[in-house]
Design a protein around this ligand. Sequence first.
Ligand code: 4NP
Length: 156
Amino acid sequence: MVCLGNICRSPLAEGILQDKAFKAGLSWSVESAGTNSYHTGEPPHPLSQKVAKLNGIDISQQRARRFKAEDFDMYDKIYALADDVMDEMKKIARNKFDTAKTDLLMNELHPGKDMDVPDPWYGPEPGYHEVYKMIDQVCGKIIEKYTVTNQRFANL
Ligand code: 4NP
């Protein structure tokens, strides 16, 4: 899960998808990063932490880090939270196989629409709740996609 600062949106995305994967019995390792290093080493924004906690998810132990080319080797799927982030990730990609691992997160819910998760960084608390809701919905869809496939194979 990749955003710009790795303190507002992607820490929520990491926390939410990790929580849902765990609850669905999927042994996924979900992590997050940012395309800039302004906040490297910092915990998530207090409002991201607050909104996560209100929804039963603790993201306080996360620390911001910058996205790097080697991440393309470490992960099967890499989601950009917004289009500007996707542009940066494509610059960091070393070849078409790296790029093929990427997608805009919201395309899992609205295929082909190329929607951004808006950056709540400059705004007040309601923006963080809105972002939480969007990420929660799309992560629900991702889990559904993989668990339905698994169930189909389990029934064979
Ligand atoms: P995020 O929000 O990408 O959702 O973590 C931002 C946080 C900080 C900055 C930009 C976006 N910044 O430029 O410092």
